[in-house]
Ligand binder design. Structure first.
Ligand SMILES: [Fe+2]
Length: 257
């Protein structure tokens, strides 16, 4: 039987009611989605089912690094955070600037951190060989960028407004427009991955991925705000989005918790 949007809507509503009841009964606020959030079907299949393997850092602090990638500040070039200048021509779509700060639980800046993004193009297509959406590719847009946070914890990207795209979990499933973010700590095992969304997206109620963050306030923290001071005259629209690594205002992360 075909899984419909109505089926998913019912499941999302039931999960939300169950969450509100848990909190009313005294359970703690959930800043992060449960790993087996049923309306997002693949979360049932992909979440870890065993206890993580503990590594004795006292015994061999570098063992954990043996299988991780290496990177350094010198590898980042001046145009890595400008996704509109990585090819010979200009990409199609609405130019945007996205900026914010990487902060710890007390609002202190987290400096010198590698922040990476990846996203679909303006037609909602990823430049990836496993992409299945048949929207047009843009030869002038790869959709990948990176930068280091500065002394105030601030990051800055120039890119193209990504389009929404369909996926095949259920009939007529669409993802709200979003940008994937990755933040490295000081080791590969500290990497955190999340998603940034755009204000007032009509797809929010229908998307089981953003709805898997069942707490309303936590979900709102994934949505950037339009910031006129970040808009560049005659060039781009500005969006502001802070990433908070820990504490009661933490940004939801996909892994590493
Ligand atoms: Fe995506």
């Amino acid at each position: 039987m075909t899984l419909t949007q109505q089926d998913i809507d019912r499941e999302i509503a039931a999960e939300h009611v169950a969450y509100e009841k848990r909190v009313a009964d005294g359970a703690p606020v959930e800043h992060h989605p449960r790993r087996d959030y049923a309306p997002y079907r693949s979360s049932m299949l992909r979440h870890p089912k065993r206890t993580p393997v503990a590594i004795d850092l006292g015994k061999d602090p570098e063992a954990v690094e043996l299988h991780s990638p290496a990177f350094g500040e010198r590898d980042i070039t001046e145009i890595d955070n400008d996704l509109t200048r990585q090819h010979t021509g200009e990409p199609i779509g609405e130019r945007i600037t996205v900026s914010g700060r990487l902060l710890d639980r007390d609002g202190r800046p987290v400096r010198g951190q590698l922040i990476e993004i990846w996203q679909a193009n303006s037609a909602g297509r990823y430049a990836h060989q496993r992409e299945q959406h048949d929207a047009p590719l843009d030869p002038n847009f790869t959709g990948v960028g990176r930068t280091l946070s500065d002394d105030e914890g601030r990051y800055h990207f120039t890119t193209i407004q990504p389009g929404p795209y369909p996926w095949r979990q259920h009939l007529n499933a669409w993802r709200p427009a979003h940008i994937h973010f990755s933040v490295f700590g000081t080791a590969f095992t500290q990497r955190l991955v999340t998603q940034m969304y755009f204000p007032s997206d009509p797809l929010f109620p229908y998307d089981p991925i953003i709805q898997s963050v069942t707490d309303d306030a936590a979900r709102q923290r994934l949505i950037a705000t339009y910031d006129h001071s970040l808009s560049v005259p005659e060039f781009s629209m500005g969006y502001h989005w802070d990433i908070v690594l820990d504490g009661p205002r933490a940004t939801w992360m996909e892994e590493g918790r």
